[in-house]
Design a protein around this ligand. Structure first.
Ligand SMILES: NC(=O)c1ccc[n+]([C@@H]2O[C@H](COP(=O)([O-])OP(=O)(O)OC[C@H]3O[C@@H](n4cnc5c(N)ncnc54)[C@H](OP(=O)(O)O)[C@@H]3O)[C@@H](O)[C@H]2O)c1
Length: 198
């Protein structure tokens, strides 16, 4: 079981524009041609912050021209300090505060399935999981655009020696590079040298 931050970001490290638009993202690549379908097969539970949830409500559930059902069969934990609109027939659990008991509940929901926890975002919420030592992996698809400002990918300083280890680099056409990092525990032993090209 791994706790994975899987997301797309601009080259300058933003998930969305300041007004929460993802219009920059969709022309870059067909997401069915990325690692997303395979990644989703391993997901057993999701967590997201309230801005991300509101984006889902606006663009999926209440999409102009006719909404669609909630797309995830897996249980989803939504962090918010306020009462939020629920989605009928979706397994959505509203929580707030300390991420640690929520992570414990998410682990419980996986019930030995061998599946993983997907931290959808945003970056500050993922930072709270990192602070608690609960983040295992970052998988970020870096789009070939810059936004200048917006919702940050991960507003933390993770610069201590050997906290992030690059494990894979992939390319999805001219629009996307996917970088995978293991998040190492403090004081982790040095990894054996790997060949070039990851
Ligand atoms: N590029 C991508 O693939 C991608 C992926 C994910 C998200 N996004 C987009 O990126 C943007 C992210 O927005 P964001 O940076 O504002 O992050 P967010 O995590 O979606 O929302 C942040 C809000 O969540 C609530 N929250 C966070 N931690 C909490 C906690 N421990 N307890 C209670 N509430 C908590 C707070 O709001 P309240 O308490 O006021 O409710 C906080 O202001 C969204 O537009 C989203 O659609 C893009």
């Amino acid at each position: 079981m791994r706790t994975q931050y899987y997301t797309a970001a601009s080259l300058d490290g933003f998930l969305a524009t300041e007004d929460h638009s993802l219009e920059w993202l969709f022309p870059l690549v067909d997401i069915q041609d990325t690692s997303l379908p395979q990644f989703m097969e391993g997901v057993g539970a999701l967590a997201m912050g309230s801005s991300t949830y509101e984006w889902m409500l606006r663009h999926v559930i209440h999409a102009p021209g006719g909404g669609s059902p909630w797309p995830y069969a897996q249980p989803t934990w939504v962090f918010s300090s306020r009462k939020r609109e629920a989605v009928p027939d979706a397994d959505i659990r509203f929580v707030q505060g300390d991420v640690r008991p929520v992570h414990e509940a998410m682990r419980g929901a996986l019930q030995g399935s061998g599946r993983n926890i997907w931290l959808v975002g945003g970056g500050e919420l993922v930072g709270q999981f990192f602070d608690a030592g609960l983040l295992d992996e970052i998988i970020v698809q870096v789009g070939s655009v810059t936004l200048g400002s917006g919702a940050p990918l991960l507003p933390r300083r993770i610069a201590l020696p050997r906290r992030l280890e690059l494990t894979q680099v992939r390319r999805f056409g001219p629009g996307m590079a996917e970088l995978r990092y293991d998040v190492l525990r403090e004081g982790a032993p040095p990894a054996a040298p790997k060949g070039a090209g990851a």
